[in-house]
Design a protein around this ligand. Structure first.
Ligand SMILES: NC(=O)C1=CN([C@@H]2O[C@H](COP(=O)(O)OP(=O)(O)OC[C@H]3O[C@@H](n4cnc5c(N)ncnc54)[C@H](O)[C@@H]3O)[C@@H](O)[C@H]2O)C=CC1
Ligand SMILES: CC(C)CC(=O)C(=O)O
Ligand SMILES: [Mg+2]
Length: 350
């Protein structure tokens, strides 16, 4: 059976890192006897320039029909002045909403080869293995917003149903991990968080062998750098999950390493957690590993190819163990490689 993958390179380093991930998917497919077809579609700033909108209808239609979507990143200073509803980032929000992708899985794993790459002490981060489950279809990113000359507002709305389904995803994930779910909110201040906390308790109680606790987001931000190994699965809102996952990336050594899977009702969408990194775009130095590991998640979650996914993950681990480093992770004594060379090293180990 053939699977159809839509690739949306987007802007900035998105183009460079998706090129590597595509090669990895092609070689993995060839090795595993999988038939994959690919189609590239525009979104983000590139689409604004070409077609006047961040998320062209043809891109959305292709994403809907695909078996999975792999996305680089969108945005950049070139589009900072466009109207808010036309910003490149609207493409991501639009895709996530249109495809009903309410669950964003962001694994944060410290590679044994990189245990001393975090600015935190190695004994704190070694063995860290956290899954951040971020609600992705609601909250303040999608609430009513507005602005006047000297006043602006964004609103956060969550329904019990939206909280129930994301907490259920977190509990399911925890069942095959270490059984611990930390629900993160700001229930001492926010009404949405009080609903969140109460609903999380009700949902988790229906799962056997799940240990649920609650943390305020400010404390969670601190605990992540003080004692990260206490966490197994973290479940939280769209905004808090966005922020906490960038923070958690610091534990691994570089944000360029972290993948994500967005799943829900429609086609799964796979993207690294970082943005388009305009500060390094076009120089061939971006770390493609977050996107390659997103491709592994695509194989696992959308195509059901767990073995192939593991092979990609093992190849990445082997490359790191063998001392290859892109600029974000480079230290004297290791082998500095470009984005494409890192890709070739991964391909060699598949
Ligand atoms: N999913 C998406 O498409 C996202 C898009 N953005 C957009 O990206 C643009 C840049 O946003 P920033 O706040 O600068 O965040 P960013 O994540 O693009 O970059 C933050 C820092 O991390 C570095 N970095 C990120 N990915 C890297 C990689 N693969 N290898 C090596 N270094 C890497 C960058 O060089 C930069 O110093 C903005 O327009 C923003 O709106 C931001 C986050 C997510
Ligand atoms: C660009 C935003 C819409 C999203 C973001 O920062 C993220 O999903 O990590
Ligand atoms: Mg983000």
């Amino acid at each position: 059976m053939s699977h159809h993958i839509v690739i949306i390179p987007g802007d900035g380093i998105g183009v460079e890192i998706t090129a590597v991930a595509r090669q990895v998917l092609e070689k993995t497919a060839a090795k595993a006897g999988l038939a994959l077809t690919f189609e590239e579609k525009p979104a983000g700033g590139t689409a604004i320039d070409k077609m006047g909108v961040p998320l062209p209808e043809e891109t959305l239609a292709a994403a809907r029909q695909a078996d999975a979507v792999l996305l680089g990143a969108v945005g950049g200073p070139a589009w900072d002045q466009v109207a808010p509803e036309l910003r490149p980032e609207r493409a991501i929000l639009g895709l996530r909403k249109a495809l009903g992708l309410y669950a964003n899985l962001r694994p944060v794993k410290v590679s044994p080869a990189l245990a001393d790459y975090s600015p935190l002490k190695p004994e704190l981060v070694a063995g860290v293995d956290i899954l951040i489950v971020r609600e992705l279809n609601g909250g303040i990113y999608y609430g009513e917003k507005g602005s006047e000359k000297d006043r602006a507002w964004d609103t956060e709305v969550y329904s019990a149903m939206e909280v129930e389904r994301i907490v259920a995803v977190a509990c399911q994930a925890a069942k095959v991990r270490r059984g611990k779910v930390t629900s993160v909110d700001k229930a001492n201040v926010l009404a949405t968080s009080r609903l969140w906390r109460q609903t999380a308790g009700t949902v988790a109680a229906k799962f056997t062998d799940i240990n649920l606790d609650h943390l305020y987001v400010d404390n969670c931000a601190m605990q992540l750098v003080l004692a990260p190994r206490q966490f197994d699965v973290i479940v939280t809102s769209n905004l808090f999950g966005d922020i906490l996952s960038d923070e958690a990336a610091v534990l691994t050594g570089s944000i360029g390493l972290l993948p994500s899977a967005s799943i829900g009702d429609g086609t799964g969408l796979y993207e690294p957690i970082h943005g388009s990194a305009p500060d390094i775009a076009g120089r061939g130095i971006a770390n493609p590993i977050g996107t390659v590991l997103s491709a592994a998640m695509l194989l696992r979650h959308s195509l059901g190819e767990d073995e192939a996914a593991c092979r990609v993950e093992q190849a990445v681990e082997a490359v790191l163990k063998d001392g290859y480093r892109t600029a974000d992770l480079y230290r004297p004594g290791f082998t500095k490689v470009s984005t494409m060379e890192m890709g070739r090293q991964i391909l060699d180990r598949l």
